[in-house]
Design a protein around this ligand. Structure first.
Ligand SMILES: [Fe+2]
Ligand SMILES: [Fe+2]
Length: 371
């Protein structure tokens, strides 16, 4: 079945073309790798996994309750609009919300795959090219996984959100080699990682939990890669160059906080214009979403600080957004925790399979004994 059959709003039928800018760079230095970067590359190779094997696709998902979370996570919960809805419409609200969210993850993963392929081309040194090549493969596996989840389990998809698209476009159409890193590895990945994290931690359903935890395990390496490359490079920028990057970060953060909020799901549920506005106002007011939006910055803010884009101007912008205190988060601790959670899920599944196998063996022996 074509994904176009699943889109609630018709998506562009042909490809979306972003003009490429800047050079593809070859290097003839094959020997001068940085140890830390090569260690990350090795880890990238060692930790590849196959979603057809690692994920238990036999698990059922209720498309009307994808994550198994309480309705208090829905922006319009307990508003007059919610009370006016019948149960069938509320079911659709739950399904469309999840379809929108996972669709943006899917399109974001394709964006990440294209951006990392771009980094392979444009970054000057070989060890970074090697690493970005493993990331390209990681992102392909992530896109494959989310696509399958939407296709087989949710049965509904949304086209890419226009603001996410705008951010991807400004990231990809810039000829400076560091901009795909900054836009993709720091901003979009940071945002996605935080969103995956919230959902991984609140979902009560095993399939989305596996998917989110396994994808996050890879994403931790991607963020580490962006930090490593940019920290070195940004240490030597001129004042004007640094200012341009900071402007890009500030603008991108406001855009992600204020614009990426899924207005299209409400428009698509057959609500009147006034009701869509009502839903968006509820989105602004919702305590849960306020918390969610600030959590979205938990990975971006410490990363921006770490790569040295930490002028008073940027700090003021974060203070204004109410997320400055996120700078104190330890990225290392968060990423270590991501690894552990994925390992624990593996261990639990492995134990379950072991028990099943043992039961089968016992059954076979019993059968043998009774014959
Ligand atoms: Fe990814
Ligand atoms: Fe990634």
């Amino acid at each position: 079945m074509s994904t176009h059959d699943l889109y609630t709003i018709p998506a562009e039928l042909s490809t979306w073309n972003v003009e490429m800018a800047g050079a593809s760079r070859f290097t003839w230095e094959y020997d001068d790798g940085r140890d830390r970067m090569l260690a990350l590359y090795q880890k990238g190779k060692d930790k590849q996994w196959d979603s057809t094997k690692r994920i238990d696709w036999d698990l059922d998902v209720d498309p009307y309750d994808v994550l198994g979370v309480p309705d208090t996570t829905i922006a319009i919960y307990d508003t007059p609009l919610w009370h006016r809805m019948d149960e069938q419409t509320r079911k659709e609200v739950r399904r469309h919300g999840a379809a929108w969210q996972f669709s943006q993850f899917l399109h974001g993963e394709q964006g990440a795959m294209i951006c990392s392929a771009r980094i392979v081309e444009s970054v000057p040194d070989l060890d970074s090219k090697f690493y970005a090549a493993t990331q390209t493969m990681d992102e392909a596996r992530h896109a494959e996984t989310y696509a399958r989840f939407l296709q087989e389990k949710v049965g509904l998809a949304y086209p890419i959100n226009e603001h996410l698209k705008a951010l991807l476009e400004s990231t990809l159409s810039d000829s400076r080699w560091d901009m795909p890193y900054l836009g993709m590895q720091v901003l979009i990945e940071g945002l996605a990682l935080a969103a995956f994290g919230v959902m991984r931690d609140i979902t009560t359903k095993p399939l989305p939990k596996q998917i989110l935890a396994y994808v996050m395990q890879d994403e931790a390496r991607h963020v580490a890669f962006g930090r490593m490359a940019l920290r070195d490079y940004y240490a030597n920028l001129s004042e004007a160059e640094r200012r341009e990057r900071e402007d890009f970060v500030i603008e991108g953060c406001y855009l992600m906080r204020d614009r990426l909020r899924g207005r299209e799901t409400w428009e698509n549920l057959g609500l009147s214009r006034a009701e869509v506005d009502e839903a968006m106002e509820a989105t602004d007011r919702s305590e849960y979403l306020r918390l969610f939006r600030s959590l979205l910055f938990s990975r971006i803010v410490p990363c921006v600080k770490d790569i040295g884009l930490w002028s008073p101007r940027l700090q003021e912008a974060y203070a204004e957004m109410g997320v400055l205190e996120m700078a104190g988060q330890s990225l290392e601790a968060l990423m270590k925790q991501d690894e552990e959670i994925a390992d624990r899920i593996d261990a639990a599944r492995f134990a379950e399979e072991e028990a099943e196998r043992a039961a089968e063996v016992a059954e076979t022996i019993a059968l043998g004994g009774s014959s």
